[in-house]
Design a protein around this ligand. Sequence first.
Ligand code: PHE
Length: 492
Amino acid sequence: MARQRWASRTVFLLAAVGSAVGLGNVWRFPYLAGKYGGGAFLVPYLIALVLIGVPLLMLEFAVGQKMQRGAIGSFRKLHPNFGSLGLFALMSAFIIVSYYAVVMGWSLIYFLASFGVKWSSDAKSYFFDSVLQISDGVNVLGGINWPILWSLVVVWVLIYFCVWKGTTSVGKVVVYSVPLPIILLGVLLLRAVTLPGFFNGWKLYLTPVWSALVDPEVWTAAFSQIFFTLSLGFGIMVTYASYKNSEDDIAKDTWLTALINSAISLFAGFVVFGILGYMAGVTNSPLAELAASGPGLAFVVFPEALSLMPLPWLFSLLFFVMLLSLGIDSAFSLVEALNATILDKQQQGNVAKVSIGVCLGGFIAGIIYTTRAGLYILDIVDHFVTNYNLMLVAIFQSILVGWLYGAEKLRRYMNQVSDWTVGKWWNFSIKYLIPMALVALLATQFSKDIRTPYEGYPAWALGIGWAIVFLPLLIFLSLLVTDKTLINGRTD
Ligand code: PHE
């Protein structure tokens, strides 16, 4: 069976940008910037982008495009034992999509609630008590929260119809779903700059607190944000690139994807901080606190800000349509990564059937987050997957390409096909810089998690978090070493 193809280069770029641009850009990036030194946060962020993000994205694009397979098949072609690294990446993808879809489910509920701006009297209590109906702690599951479960069903149906014809349906969707949230961000920016106080928000966003740069936590936050935002370490970018022709450009596509993605993050920062600046003035609350409100930013602080402006329902609708359209391309990119690998293995693969299986699996795995303890579980799982699994996959990926396959070999391939030349610096980054920086990062995070239990959760709950790291790691390592080809050498 012929491999699926993108309709054009633009469609590929839209799909890659769509995966990269997500909640991470409008919610995670601004709150990290607020928390870690405002304008100064841009320093570690941009360093991480150029030294690690771009080289790794290039690696993933090059591997997928050259090998013409999903994550498992591509890594196996790099080295016969390393198919299991693809499996490791896909396990992370599956875990993430199962909760990412739940966050989209919350957005859907807020979208419907926008018509009456239902949170206007007390945004915090609306989120925790009305929407989540949150239990007292992670040990009280408290049964299923049905509205969230139903919205999760809707989200999965939407995801299904984006991927059910593979690159053909994805190609049709991204033409709308990628520009739409960017246009909506633009509308919200216009709204922000016509509100009093927006400039105070911008000042906080852009004024660098240089002292933040001596804090290692700021650096870890910047590096892991780059990973998350570029969708690295999930096998997604490998998969998307495998639907290109093997003579297509790589270097330019990488830079375009990475720069557009970061530009949207910076842009989103102006929107978020502008609106928070307005809100701080109206409610007389300290701006810095609002900005650093963390995960609650999208579902508590921002809805409250929207309820304070003229025509609150309209801007709330726009905001939540934006969140949904932002999230959907990221969510289905994870499904695509899983689909591709399954389809690689089947002679007569049927995309629609495989998609049903994957979507159903993702939905079932997500049910746990629709319980009343869902937010706690989500928080724990997210912490471990993003801080450990992704980093581990990336470290092994760079060792695999840098040391076993040969960075120079892959670089030569990139230069044969690319419009822009990739210099020798790339080999250095893949072989030395990335593994060393990521090991350091991992060690810092590990020692922190050992010293202080994350968010004070009970040991058994954090144990589940550790299991999410170590089980996939052990599966990967045991498959890696038990494969006889390791002893017999490579077979191409
Ligand atoms: N890149 C997405 C974002 O910034 C997050 C994501 C990562 C989504 C991996 C899917 C897969 O929101």
